[in-house]
Design a protein around this ligand. Structure first.
Ligand code: ADP
Ligand code: MG
Length: 204
């Protein structure tokens, strides 16, 4: 598919509005196993994306994704800012305006590796990666009703972080007590996947 300026703007706005609308939920999750700032952090970052959306989406997909990444690094803060920033910056490095599913999967895989390297984290550590990795597997599979499947996979994957014990991030300080709560970054990742899937569906 061709991701033109109109689609880039729609994509960034849809993702940003979804995250902003769920800021309170993200903060509540972070209050349980962190310091209660994930929602405010993400809202601040994505409000900055919204404020600059015309300027950001005027550039090529690669450059505009890098712009989103830089904005998130500067505005989100916390552990999640540099990690989401790394994700978007890495996606921006690999993607051109014309994107096939295979190219999107390859770019997402490289971006996940960059996040892993930055966070010294991996699957099962109760982080955003526990959503990204199953979503990548689904994206690689392709096939029928992909956006709906990506959405369902992301939601399930975020729920699957509930019984996990955190190995990375602030929640890891709680040890056993991190068990029984959804990881806030996994939830924000699922929200982002949800928004991207909505935009993909608008295409089909
Ligand atoms: P902070 O923990 O600094 O307050 P946030 O609350 O904004 O930052 O973000 C917390 C989220 O960041 C966690 O729920 C987790 O998903 C993610 N996270 C934290 N550390 C790592 C890491 N090393 N690797 C991957 N994700 C991480
Ligand atoms: Mg926090």
């Amino acid at each position: 598919m061709m991701i033109d300026q109109k689609t880039r703007k729609l994509l960034f706005e849809t993702v940003a509005n979804r995250v902003i609308a769920s800021a309170d939920e993200l903060t509540d999750l972070d209050r349980a196993i962190g310091d209660g700032d994930h929602g405010t952090n993400m809202r601040r970052g994505f409000e900055a994306v919204l404020a600059a959306v015309d300027e950001l989406s005027a550039k090529s997909l690669g450059e505009s994704l890098k712009g989103v990444g830089t904005t998130l690094v500067m505005k989100v803060g916390g552990a999640s800012g540099p990690l989401y920033g790394t994700l978007f910056l890495s996606l921006g490095k690999s993607l051109c305006d014309e994107v096939s599913r295979e190219q999107a999967a390859e770019a997402f895989a490289a971006a996940i590796e960059a996040v892993k390297a930055r966070g010294k984290s991996d699957a099962g550590h109760k982080t955003m990666l526990d959503v990204f990795l199953p979503v990548l597997a689904e994206l690689r599979e392709g096939g029928e009703a992909l956006p709906a499947r990506l959405r369902a996979t992301a939601r399930r994957a975020a729920e699957n972080t509930i019984p996990m014990r955190a190995i990375r991030g602030r929640a890891s300080f709680l040890g056993e007590r991190s068990i029984g709560h959804m990881d806030p970054g996994a939830r924000s990742s699922a929200l982002i996947v949800d928004a991207v899937a909505d935009v993909m569906e608008g295409y089909a």
